[in-house]
Structure formats: C-alpha cells, structure tokens
Design a protein. Structure first.
Length: 317
C-alpha cells in the first residue's frame, strides 16, 4: 500500500511484488487546486517506471468522508461516510474522472498499470465507469497516444451490497480488491472513528470472515482473482492473516515494512490446515470466540507464530 512517491523505495527492499494499492487521492488533497492531466500523467509515469517490471494498482480518486481537499470547499454532509465519496464523487465530476483516467492510460505505456474503482455499491456504477474507460481509450488512440489497451480494471469490495452482488459484478471486471476497513465499518454499522463504539469495530467478527469468504467464492466462480488491501492483515497480525489464507485469497496488500512479517506467517502454515480452520471459524458467533480459536491453533500447532499475536488480541464481545 502506497500513498506517496517517497514510499516507493521500500517496495523492492521489503520484498513486495509491486503495489497493490496506490492511493491517488493524496496527490489531490495535498494541493490547493486540481492537478491537470499532464501533471498527473508525469506523476503516474514516474510511479510505474520505478516499480517496473511489477504492476501498480491505482485506485481512482477516493475523496470524501475524512479525505477532503481544499478545492472541495462548500461540502457539508451530515453523514459523509455514507455520502458523496469514492466512485460517487468521480461519476458526478466526470471532468475530473476523465482527466485521471486519461493520465493513467497514458502512463500504461511505461509499465504495468491496473485500475480499480472505490466504494462500489451498485452495478450501475461499474457499468458507467467502464463506459467512460472505453471512451477515454478510444479518444487516446484517436489522438495517437501509445497505451495498454488491455489494462486490468477491478473494483473494491467495501460494501455489503457489493458482496451480495459479487457474482454478477465479477462478470464485468478483471479482479476484486477487498477494502477491509470500510467493509467492517459498513457491515457492522460502526463508525470506526467513534471512540464510544470502537469496541464493535472488529475485522475478526465471523460475519466479516463470511463476507470475505463469499467474495472469494464469487470471484472463483467468475474466474477472476481477488486481493485484500485493508488493515485486517496488519492490525491483527497472524490472527488476521491465517483466515485470509484459509479463505483462498490470492493477494494481500499492506504497508511495505510489514511484508516480511506477513510472508513469514504465510510460509509457516499449509493451506489445508487454514482452510479447515475457516470451517470452525464460521461456526462461531462472536469475534472473541474467533480469537480464542485462532490463538489455540497457534499455541497448539504453530507456537513460532506467537510473536505475531497482537497484545490487544482479547477484546470485548
């Protein structure tokens, strides 16, 4: 997971294979005015060239909620996390969206680019985003730009409605990327920034494990790959990574400094034993029970992973 150019140097040194989430919004919200297509193109090109030959998955502009830019003045929403954000913003400001897509497609001439759309909640958002992508490609080819015409286009699975529609959404895209932060927030109806109810925000809740499992199953059905780019594999250490292995996730994206730790956890277990663990997890009713099960597994079968159990692993249910 990368937000700025300064972080790219750590991608290779920590053993990551490319960038699984490049948060393009930070290039926007740190400026007092909107960046032009040309400025964006040069920035994306530099990122792609530095990461080549590995790929970069660029998330399109994900402003709104707690990510506001100076040029977005005048927005006042009672519930911004449920409001004008992510792909909703881009589809209502198609001038900004087209400019970003043009820059990304132009940058694809210099390395392996993938594009994903955030905060998808209905099919119409995917179809309209794809339509705009096709228009942008046609325009650039007509203008004689060299681009990769076969860029993989994916969506972030962050809402319960996207999970419910995953099998149908999978017909329209090349990959899924599960945004566990927002998926937990929306599925459990918990404002993750509210200290009064923060105890309810728990990525190990069995309902979250089931939503991730269902997403992976839908992806398999449609023959597409699925990754996860939220904090689940980071904040929960081995307790978060083990279920993701057992579910059959293809890819995990995390801050580069944690890649070696995650690799060690993955290499310490087999798929079969973690897959069996999932069946037991889905029989549980609370996050506390899931934690107890995972800690028991580590203590009995993989004691070398004890160092990767978070100190705050015992939580209120």
């Amino acid at each position: 997971n990368v937000e700025t150019m300064d972080e790219i140097k750590d991608v290779h040194s920590h053993g990551a294979r490319g960038i699984g989430l490049f948060r393009t919004e930070y290039f926007f919200i740190t400026r007092s005015s909107l960046p032009s297509e040309e400025i964006q193109y040069r920035f994306y090109r530099d990122v792609v060239e530095k990461v080549a030959p590995d790929s970069v998955i660029f998330r399109t502009l994900d402003v709104g909620g707690d990510k506001m830019a100076e040029w977005m003045s005048g927005i006042d929403e009672a519930n911004p996390f449920m409001g004008w954000r992510g792909i909703r913003f881009s589809l209502s400001r198609k001038d900004i969206f087209r400019s970003q897509l043009r820059a990304l497609y132009r940058a694809s001439a210099h390395g392996k680019v993938k594009i994903m759309f955030p905060m998808i909640s209905v099919m119409e958002e995917v179809l309209e985003s794809k339509r705009i992508c096709e228009e942008v490609k046609e325009d650039l080819l007509r203008e004689r730009y060299i681009i990769d015409e076969d860029i993989e286009v994916g969506i972030m699975i962050e809402t319960p409605s996207a999970v419910a529609l995953a099998s149908r959404l999978g017909r329209e895209v090349d990959f899924f990327s599960i945004g566990s932060n927002d998926l937990v927030q929306y599925a459990l109806a918990v404002d993750r920034g509210n200290s009064r109810i923060s105890y309810l925000y728990d990525p190990l809740h069995p309902s979250i494990i089931k939503l991730i499992r269902d997403t992976v199953r839908a992806a398999r059905k449609r023959g597409i790959w699925v990754g996860l780019c939220g904090e689940m594999a980071v904040s929960e250490g081995a307790l978060g990574v083990l279920p993701l292995i057992g579910i059959g996730l293809d890819e995990i994206s995390a801050p580069s400094y944690l890649i070696p730790e995650i690799k060690k956890i993955i290499r310490s277990v087999t798929f079969d034993e973690t897959h069996a663990l999932i069946r037991n997890i889905l029989r549980k009713s609370t996050a506390g029970e899931v934690r107890e099960l995972l800690i028991k597994f580590i203590n009995e079968k993989r004691p070398e992973l004890r160092e990767f159990i978070p100190k705050t692993s015992i939580k209120f249910d």
